[in-house]
Design a protein around this ligand. Structure first.
Ligand SMILES: Cc1cc2nc3c(=O)[nH]c(=O)nc-3n(C[C@H](O)[C@H](O)[C@H](O)COP(=O)(O)OP(=O)(O)OC[C@H]3O[C@@H](n4cnc5c(N)ncnc54)[C@H](O)[C@@H]3O)c2cc1C
Length: 396
């Protein structure tokens, strides 16, 4: 993982302005209550209305510089937005990629690519929601991917397969990582990988096939197949063969933003737990009067507060162009564990009712479990801290 400090410095809004943004996000989210998400979850449908409302509100363009039509407010503001979405009981999974996937284009794209796409991404006219990295056989070992893009004159011919490509059916563009030189032919396995900005609208039916995967959560995730798909050579982002570094550059931002969603979830679970513990009377007294019920809620609250501080600190460093990989990884670790502890406590606090759909606890419980695995699993974060921060031997 590299320390990317090449993103343009955003202008940081003051605390009062961020509070106003938080309030406005909460007001928007109040229009999408539990019932809205429950129906979608049951039918595995995409929250199009919610994504449209967040797009129209300008929330998905906060990381795009003003010169390209965004608000250029930086990661600390994006963190506040996603945290409030989740603390309100909503889910940002359907839209968060529109915020940050464009970072690869912003940092490494040509001036033509930036002026062609970023203004459209800022308004939502072009949806850049799909990020094609993971493959079924390579898993976390990204340099072992086998999707190949071979240059033939003015085009690249792409063959291969991706898995867990979320929102592909709801996206116009995909940031795609493919090999342009076989792993056996490069000196270092991180070489020979390239990034493309794939116009999926042009590619569908011409060698690109998308197949939805039904999962335990409503995540609009898919398998994507490339069969002799020809894409213009101008789709290449940056230099051929340097794509692995470009993808790594975006990971700190992604981890910090995901951490903020976990913090939001933890807040939602803890508020829900505390309010139920105050109301639910068993044996003639509120269950929260039993310390066996109250203490796990208090513990979950404290863990979420600590994770929130680390998340804000990571975002602050990122916005100042300072190294933040340690903080970004630590924030993602602490926040995903805090949200999971808060979820487990919330389910336990609700007893049998925690399993009933109408309380929304079981749905959020399933949703927040994802963060232990994606976008990066807990073990891989621990490996990063062990090796790169603590200097212990590399394990893989
Ligand atoms: C709902 C969902 C949405 C997703 N969306 C996207 C997306 O939009 N785009 C995309 O590219 N990917 C996406 N992913 C993929 C996600 O990033 C991967 O699932 C995740 O990185 C883990 O990789 P894997 O599933 O291949 O697990 P594997 O790499 O097969 O690992 C399996 C388990 O083994 C552990 N493990 C593996 N190697 C080691 C090691 N060396 N040391 C210790 N433990 C190890 C891992 O921690 C993990 O728990 C998504 C996944 C899901 C489930």
């Amino acid at each position: 993982m590299t320390e990317a400090a090449t993103h343009p410095a955003p202008h940081a809004p003051d605390e009062a302005s961020v509070d106003q943004i938080r309030e406005a996000v909460r007001a928007l989210c109040a229009r999408f209550p539990g019932e809205y998400w429950r129906v979608l979850d049951r039918e595995r449908k995409y929250p199009s209305e919610f994504v449209a409302a967040m797009t129209e509100g300008g929330y998905l363009g906060v990381l795009i510089p003003e010169a390209y039509g965004g608000s250029g407010l930086g990661l600390s503001t994006a963190v506040a937005i996603l945290e409030e979405v989740h603390a309100s009981g909503c889910n940002a999974a359907a839209l968060h990629a529109q915020m940050y996937t464009m970072g690869t284009v912003l940092r490494h794209g040509s001036p033509e690519q930036k002026s062609m796409w970023l203004p459209k991404i800022a308004t939502g006219e072009a949806r850049l929601q799909a990020f094609g990295v993971t493959e079924p056989t390579a898993g976390t070992d990204t340099t072992s991917i086998s999707t190949m893009a071979v240059r033939r004159g003015d085009v690249y011919v792409v063959n291969g397969q991706k898995v867990w490509t979320s929102r592909a059916e709801h996206s116009d563009l995909m940031v795609l990582l493919a090999r342009t030189t076989a792993k056996e032919a490069v000196a270092r396995k991180s070489e020979g990988l390239s990034v493309f900005l794939l116009d999926m609208r042009q590619a569908l039916g011409r060698g690109l096939t998308i197949k939805p995967i039904r999962t335990m959560i409503n995540h609009a995730t898919t398998e994507v197949f490339f069969d002799n798909l020809e894409i213009p050579a101008s789709s290449l982002i940056g230099e051929e063969g340097k794509g692995f570094r470009y993808i790594l550059d975006g990971m700190n931002a992604e981890r910090i933003l995901i951490a903020s969603e976990c913090v939001g979830d933890a807040r939602w679970f803890t508020e829900k737990s505390a309010s139920y513990a105050k109301e639910r009377v068993v044996f003639g007294r509120p269950i929260g009067q039993n310390q066996g019920v109250a203490f796990p809620i208090a513990r979950a609250y404290a863990a979420a507060r600590a994770a929130r501080l680390m998340t804000y600190e990571a975002a602050r460093l990122y916005d100042h162009g300072r190294p933040c990989a340690e903080e970004a990884n630590t924030a993602k670790l602490l926040a995903s564990e805090a949200s999971w502890a808060a979820a487990d406590t919330c389910l336990q606090t609700h007893g049998g009712f925690g399993f009933a759909e109408e309380y929304d606890v079981e749905r959020k419980f399933r949703e927040t479990r994802l963060y232990q695995v994606a976008p990066i699993s807990t073990n891989l974060i621990l490996s990063y801290l062990s090796e790169h921060v603590l200097g212990m031997p590399r394990s893989y």
